[in-house]
Structures are given as structure tokens and as C-alpha cells.
Write a protein that binds this ligand. Structure first.
Ligand code: BGC
Ligand code: NOJ
Length: 812
């Protein structure tokens, strides 16, 4: 069963049936103001922070699924229907949802009346536009009633669900013609309000939920809609909403356009009021005026299209495989922008109140985003680094609104610091901007502690060597990348979170082979950076530490056929053939392979062979094997998941590309490519129903071989999977790697690939890179030509801004 198809020409995914196996969503907005929108118009909007500045209510984990959205109700004689199918769910004569790049267009038709709603957030604006076109496609005159519906969230999405004793008394609105204002708490500590406007005179409205819905009605049948008459209610406490009402008549063939604007405004403290108790609407009115005609809205849509056209022109692939082109050129890059914006905060699996921006997550997201808008990556790096502690440890998360470290979770995840090196060097390699290293960046947001960013990197590097365990390997702390391998936790209390409960790090022998590999990979990058900067002594010091780490891994981290995963609190092996369950883990195979530790001794090859043999499945590579079947108190959360799910032997897609990159280190292009295809959404179209989540983006986890339903995806969109797969395919399979002094070319492909072309904009110049593989090899660049001149390296130098350069790569 297929629910839709790719329209590559328009860069859209077209959903042809509303009852998808799970809501298939899209993201609107690229900076500051964002919305989530499902294929039935569910979702919500927020300004910067889905916890502290949420505009509309959304009910997660609800029945029915996906409850809450920007809904429209049409009452056409006795038929009541919603153009996006939900919430009324009247069967539509026609339905189509087109998820495009930062816009979604939902079309529904019933009894000869068609509604087409285009939703988007104009660039640089803090509002969601809902452009509606109603068309009478029948032969008769159509008289019908239209209601819009939006339920306000009282800003703090967590408090909104918790604190009913207060919140049901605080709601306040103002009604001003066709604009319905939500101003709860505006008179006290808030300088912001929201509004829902429509660009036409209305025939009625509602702002009180109970008046509109009826107390015991469901969203599928609000009383006002059933009766065909609004109540013109004014909310005082309880649950404020915004609903416009229209009586419309359309001649056969006639259309009517309406533009709804859901906006957010901030006013200066001394400029909040127009008169006593009446909000100053100047900014809201200006915002409304910008989008009060179809022409203006269409111009904003064109601007958005041009914005994406430009972003996606930075890296484009021309390959004979359309499914690959589609991912590299459109969807994977799009998802990278979304993960950059959201980190792990707001999706249909992340409720937007728990996690803000993750330290490690956001650094990793950068590797798939940095080429798009390097200036934003720069700002992000500085924000992240500002939440580092003076000893190199880091706040694990921070809130996007305040940019402050999140005390509730704190720090102690010992992999975190090294990711800052990855984020920073990725930015410098893309932009050539070494000046970022001189930026004065605070520790723990304390300006008085500020030091140049470069020192943050040194301190990150040192944090690992200052925290080594008995085997000379990095101490794991609270956890490393695998948040669920809680080796110092020993939790027996179901009321505490594994992430935040007190850890017994004192006297712990728990060491991580994953951090060891990570340290070697980014330690090497740190050394290179030092050399670029002429810091020879520091490079030498770092080299010594990296070499020692490699030796420690070879001596204490090798299990015979693969790398160990860790040592536990007591110093026992984790991820060893000696263990009964969890004999082998993916993370250390990935990182130690990428680090090329023991490559000469054959360790990398053996490790990757073991992955293939023990962890690979047709749906992707599982995290560990055998899965844990009982709670292991000394391992923590990992063993709480049923076998085959999440970190307990699920296919945790984020780490599959580590194996892909590892394979490219030993030149196995075929293996790398197969692993890539296994989890890549565009290759999963035939298993849409099983896969369940969106077929155009990666998900965090696919159920593993021990699960009840192997192959079933969960937790789509917000995962490091997006950035890592993009990075793996572009930089390590296609082999186009930005470097300090140019673009390094080092493909690793299946032997049968004959050729492909990558167009790359890099530091202001264009490069048309044609790769040819006449001898059918997997790896190796035999000849490199730049504008018909043969080069004797595999690095294409940085060319003058504005130039168009032809690069020919002959593999062999
Ligand atoms: C999940 C992890 C996640 C962690 C932190 C755990 O329950 O399994 O994937 O990173 O929570 O929120
Ligand atoms: C999801 C988290 O966002 C990420 O930080 C973590 O590394 C993985 N889960 C694995 O546990």
C-alpha cells in the first residue's frame, strides 16, 4: 500500500490519502518562528522555543492521533467537513497534501466545493500564513458556512498542561474586527501576544472554547458548527480560542481567496498599551498589512522558493540513480536544516517541553548544515560553546530562548566536549573562517570567564585526557553518545530518570571505547588544526595523547574479533564475546574504525566483518547483539527496552553511517553503499506501510531483528541520522570533502558505478566535479584535473570567488 509519491520536479512529497500509517509531517519556518504541520493540518506554532513560547495547544499521545491544529470546518447544508480531513473526518471526494520545502498545501474537495490551503511562514516574519482558496466546482450556486479554529496555548506548554488551577482563570483576549488577539499574561510579565487574523470582514467569531465546542462535544463536531451559528463569545479564563465565521456564496466556477495570519508580536515594555487595558496593535497591524492580498502572499512564497533554490544549489548531485539524487539534492538536506533548527526539541515524538538544544546533538547537526548557511552555524557554535564548563565538561542541553544551560539535566556526559571540535572544524573547513577561533566565548554563560574559542577546543581535548580510567581509556561519566548505557547509575527507583539520577562516578572504573575512538578521530582533527595555526608544540603534545589512546585501545579495547564497548563500574568488559548478552556493540566498531585504530593489524577489517555478520539486518544495522533480555542494573536504561527497540538492539539509524564511513576507510565501497541504501528513506517506498513514519526523512530508530515488528520506524525527523547520512554519502561515498585549503576528493563507491557529477559551491566559487570510474574500482583517485590542468594531489585548491571551475576525477 502506498500513500503518496515523490514529485522531484517540485521538490514535494505528495500524500494522496489522509489516513497515513502515522501523521506525516512537515516543518514551516526557517528562523525564529516555526510550525509543525501534519498531512491533516495538525500541529502547532511557536516562537523560538516550543516550551516557553508556544502559540497553540497540541495534545500529544492522544486519541485520536494528531489532535490539535489549524482546522477549518465547512458546513454545506447538512454536510460538515474539514478540508484537511481531520478533525471531522468526513470522507472527501478528493484529498491531496503536498509537503514542500517549508510549505504545505492541503487540498480537499466535497460535493463540488474545493478548498486549497497553503501554509507557510514568510522569511523573516513571525507569522504563519494560511492561504485558502475556495472554489465552486459544481454546476450550482453554493451557499455554505466556514469556521476557522485555533486553540491558544498559554505560552508555557508545560505549565499549560500542569497548572490548571491557575491557568483556567488567566485567559484573556481582545476582539478587533477580523483579528482575534490572545493576550493572556500580557499585562504582567509578558511583552508578547498572538493574533489570528483573516483579510476579510467576518460574519461572526468565537474566542471561548466551551461556547464554540460545547462542553462535551468532540473536535469533530463543535456545537457552533453543528448549529451553523457562531456564539460571538469573549473568553474570560477557561480556554481561549480564535475562530472566524463566514457565510459564503459562490457561483459555479467562482473562487474566493482568504488569507489567515497567525502571528506573534513583541512590544517594548514602555510601548505595550494603546490605552488602559488595550494592547498596542501597531506591530500586529503592520504584520497583517504585509500579507493582506494574494499577490503579496504569492510574492512571499516565491521568495521562499528562491531561498531554497539557492540553498540547495550549493551541493547538487547528478547520478543515474534518481533515489540517490532525490535524497542528496532535496530531502536529506532539507531534514538537515530542520534538525539544525530544532535539535531534538519539537517533533511528533519530542513534545517540545523536555529537551532543548543538545550539546552533542547540535554539534553533530552542523555537519549536515554548515554548507547551507555558515553564518548561522557560526552563531550556533558560539552559543553551544558558551554552555561549556571551565573544566571542559558541558551542559548536556540548553534552552533556545535563553541560550542557558539546562540545570535539570546538568552535565557529566563525557563524550560531549569532543563534539565541539567536530562542529568547529566543520565550520572552518567549509568557510575558511579561522577568525571564529579568536572569538571570546564565555564558560557557563559567564562573560567574565570568556576565553578564545580555540581554548575551548583545547579544554575539550584535555577533558578526555584528564578523565582517563584504569586502562588508560576515557571514563564514561554519566553516559557517552549512548545515553542509555548508564554504567554508573544503578537505578532501582522507577520514579527517577536514567538521564538525571545521581551517578556513582566516584571510584568508578567505567570506561568507554566509543569515546576512545571519538577522541582519536577528533584528536587528529585537533592536531591538524594546530598545525594549520602553526601551533607545533601543542600539535606535538596532542599527538602524544592520541598515540597513547590508540595504544590503549589496541591493548585493552580489542576483544579478538571486534572492539569492546566499555568497561563497567567494576572494571568488567562490556561488549565482549565473554558476555552472555550484548557481546558486540556498533558504536565502538564505528568509532575505532573511523579512527583507523589497528588498521595495519587488521583490526578495522575484522571489526567491520563482525558488524556485518552479527549486527546487520535487511532493515539496517542493529546497535548491539544479542539484545538484553533482562534488566542489568550495572548497564542501566539500555536493558530496560524490550529487545529490538531503541538502544537495546534497535536499528539506531544515527550510528549506521559510522559503519559506512568505517567501510570507506578500508575501501569497501560496496558495503558502504549497501548500508547506506538499507535505511535511506527513498529506497523504502515499497515498505511504506511497515516503515510507518514519513517516507521522505530519516527516523531515529527502526525496530531491529529481535523486535515484534522488525523494520517498523519510529521517532522521525529529529535525529543525528540526517546530518550523519548526508555527511557519509557526500563526503565519504561520493568523496567530496571540504578541507582547510580546498576540496579533497576521495570517493569510495561500488565498483559498478561508472560516473557521477557533483556541483559544489565552495567559498564563493563553483566547481563542477565529474567523477569517472573507467576501471571499475571502489577507491583511489588516479588523476585529478582542474580546468584541464593536471594536479598532483587530490585536493582541488580554493579558486577565485565567482569563477566556474571544471574538475575531472579519474578513479583507478
Ligand atoms: C532515549 C535516548 C535519549 C535519552 C535522552 C532515552 O530514553 O532512549 O535515545 O537520548 O532518553 O532523552
Ligand atoms: C538521542 C539523543 O538525542 C542523542 O544525544 C543520543 O546520543 C542518542 N539518543 C543515543 O542514545
Amino acid at each position: 500500500m502506498k500513500y503518496g509519491f515523490f514529485d522531484d520536479e517540485r521538490r514535494e512529497y505528495v500524500i494522496t490519502q489522509p489516513n497515513t500509517p502515522f501523521p506525516w509531517i512537515n516543518y514551516l519556518g526557517n528562523e525564529d518562528f516555526f510550525s509543525l504541520v501534519s498531512n491533516t493540518a495538525g500541529g502547532y506554532s511557536f516562537y523560538k522555543d516550543a516550551k516557553f513560547r508556544r502559540l497553540n495547544r497540541y495534545r500529544y499521545n492522544n486519541v485520536p492521533m494528531d489532535s490539535g491544529g489549524r482546522y477549518f470546518y465547512i458546513k454545506d447544508n447538512d454536510t460538515i467537513w474539514s478540508p484537511g480531513w481531520k478533525p471531522v473526518k468526513t470522507e472527501l471526494d478528493k484529498y491531496e497534501c503536498r509537503h514542500g520545502l517549508s510549505y504545505t498545501k492541503i487540498t480537499g474537495e466535497k460535493n463540488g466545493l474545493e478548498s486549497e490551503v497553503t501554509l507557510f511562514i514568510p522569511l523573516g516574519n513571525w507569522c504563519e500564513i494560511q492561504k485558502m482558496k475556495l472554489t465552486n466546482k459544481s454546476e450550482e450556486v453554493k451557499k455554505f458556512k466556514l469556521f476557522s479554529y485555533n486553540e491558544w496555548c498559554l505560552w508555557n506548554a508545560e505549565d499549560d498542561q500542569n497548572n490548571l488551577q491557575r491557568n483556567l482563570s488567566t485567559g484573556e483576549v481582545e476582539i478587533d474586527g477580523s483579528t482575534l488577539y490572545h493576550k493572556t499574561e500580557y499585562k504582567e510579565r509578558r511583552n508578547h501576544f498572538a493574533f489570528y487574523h483573516v483579510n476579510a470582514d467576518i460574519d461572526g467569531y468565537d474566542t471561548d472554547r466551551e461556547s464554540f465546542m460545547g462542553l462535551y462535544n468532540e473536535a469533530s463536531g463543535p456545537q457552533a458548527v453543528l448549529d451553523g451559528s457562531p456564539r460571538n463569545s469573549e473568553a474570560h479564563g477557561w480556554s481561549p480560542i480564535a475562530s472566524h465565521y463566514f457565510e459564503i456564496e459562490l457561483q459555479p466556477g467562482e473562487s474566493k481567496d482568504l488569507i489567515f495570519v497567525l502571528g506573534y508580536v513583541e512590544n517594548a515594555e514602555d510601548d505595550k498599551w494603546e490605552s488602559k487595558g488595550v494592547i498596542n496593535k501597531t506591530k500586529a497591524k503592520a504584520q497583517i498589512a504585509k500579507f493582506d492580498t494574494v499577490e503579496k502572499v504569492d510574492a512571499a512564497l516565491e521568495e521562499l522558493a528562491a531561498y531554497w533554490e539557492n540553498l540547495l544549489s550549493i551541493i547538487t548531485l547528478d547520478h543515474e540513480d534518481d533515489k540517490l539524487n532525490r535524497m542528496v539534492n532535496i530531502w536529506n538536506q532539507y531534514q538537515c536544516m530542520v534538525t539544525f533548527n530544532m535539535s531534538r526539541s519539537a517533533s511528533f515524538f519530542e513534545v517540545g517541553i523536555g529537551r532543548g538544544m543538545g550539546f552533542r546533538d547540535s554539534n553533530q547537526d552542523l555537519i549536515g548544515f554548515v554548507h547551507q548557511v555558515p553564518e548561522r552555524a557560526r552563531e550556533r557554535i558560539i552559543d553551544i560553546a558558551s554552555t561549556q564548563f571551565p573544566d571542559g565538561g558541558c551542559y548536556h542541553q540548553y534552552q533556545p530562548l535563553t541560550k542557558r544551560g539546562n540545570d535539570a539535566i546538568g552535565g557529566g556526559f563525557n563524550d560531549d566536549p569532543m563534539w565541539l571540535i567536530l562542529g568547529t572544524i566543520s565550520y572552518i573547513k567549509e568557510s575558511g573562517d579561522f577568525s571564529i577561533l579568536d572569538e571570546l566565548v564565555p564558560f557557563d554563560n559567564d562573560e567574565s570567564l570568556a576565553q578564545p574559542l580555540f581554548n575551548h577546543l583545547t579544554i575539550s581535548f584535555n577533558h578526555v585526557i584528564n578523565n582517563l580510567g584504569p586502562n588508560g581509556l576515557p571514563l564514561i561519566g554519566r553516559a557517552d553518545w549512548n545515553d542509555c548505557l548508564n554504567l554508573n547509575c544503578f537505578s532501582t527507583n522507577p520514579n527517577e530518570s536514567f538521564q538525571t539520577t545521581e551517578n556513582n562516578t566516584e571510584g568508578s572504573k567505567a570506561e568507554s571505547l566509543m569515546i576512545a575512538g571519538l577522541f582519536v578521530v577528533y584528536g587528529n582533527d585537533y592536531i591538524d588544526l594546530c598545525k594549520q595555526l602553526g601551533k607545533t608544540e601543542e600539535a606535538g603534545r596532542a599527538q602524544k595523547a592520541v598515540d597513547e589512546m590508540k595504544e590503549a585501545v589496541k591493548a585493552k579495547g580489542w576483544d579478538g574479533e571486534w572492539f569492546l564497548r566499555a568497561y563497567d563500574f567494576h572494571g568488567n568488559k562490556v561488549g565482549s564475546d565473554e558476555n552472555e548478552e550484548g557481546k558486540i556493540f556498533i558504536e565502538s566498531q564505528g568509532w575505532c574504525s573511523m579512527a583507523e585504530i589497528g588498521i595495519e593489524e587488521g583490526m578495522v577489517e575484522k571489526s567491520l566483518n563482525s558488524v556485518k555478520e552479527r549486527l546487520n539486518t535487511p532493515y539496517g544495522i542493529v546497535l548491539n547483539n544479542p539484545a538484553f533480555s533482562k534488566y542489568m542494573i550495572e548497564y542501566g536504561e539500555i536493558s530496560t527496552y524490550p529487545a529490538g527497540y531503541k538502544e537495546n538492539a534497535g536499528i539506531f539509524c544515527h550510528n549506521n553511517p559510522w559503519i559506512i564511513i568505517g567501510e570507506t576507510k578500508i575501501g569497501r565501497g560496496k558495503e558502504a553503499w549497501n548500508y547506506f541504501k538499507q535505511i535511506c528513506p527513498s529506497y523504502l517506498e515499497e515498505v511504506q506501510e511497515l516503515h510507518k513514519v514519513e517516507p521522505y526523512v530519516y527516523c531515529q530508530m527502526i525496530a531491529g531483528k529481535d523486535a515484534y515488528k522488525p523494520g517498523e520506524g519510529k521517532n522521525s525527523w529529529l535525529s543525528g541520522t540526517a546530518a550523519w547520512n548526508f555527511y557519509a554519502v557526500v563526503q565519504y561515498i561520493l568523496g567530496i570533502q571540504p578541507d582547510y585549503n580546498g576540496i579533497k576528493i576521495d570517493p569510495c563507491i561500488p565498483e559498478e558505478w561508472k560516473n557521477y557529477t557533483v556541483n559544489r559551491k565552495f567559498r564563493g566559487a563553483n566547481y563542477q566535479i565529474e567523477v569517472e570510474n573507467p576501471e571499475g574500482v571502489s577507491k583511489g583517485v588516479k588523476e585529478l584535473w582542474l580546468n584541464d590542468q593536471k594536479l598532483d594531489t587530490n585536493i582541488v585548491p580554493v579558486m577565485d570567488k565567482g569563477t566556474c571551475n571544471k574538475v575531472k576525477v579519474v578513479m583507478g
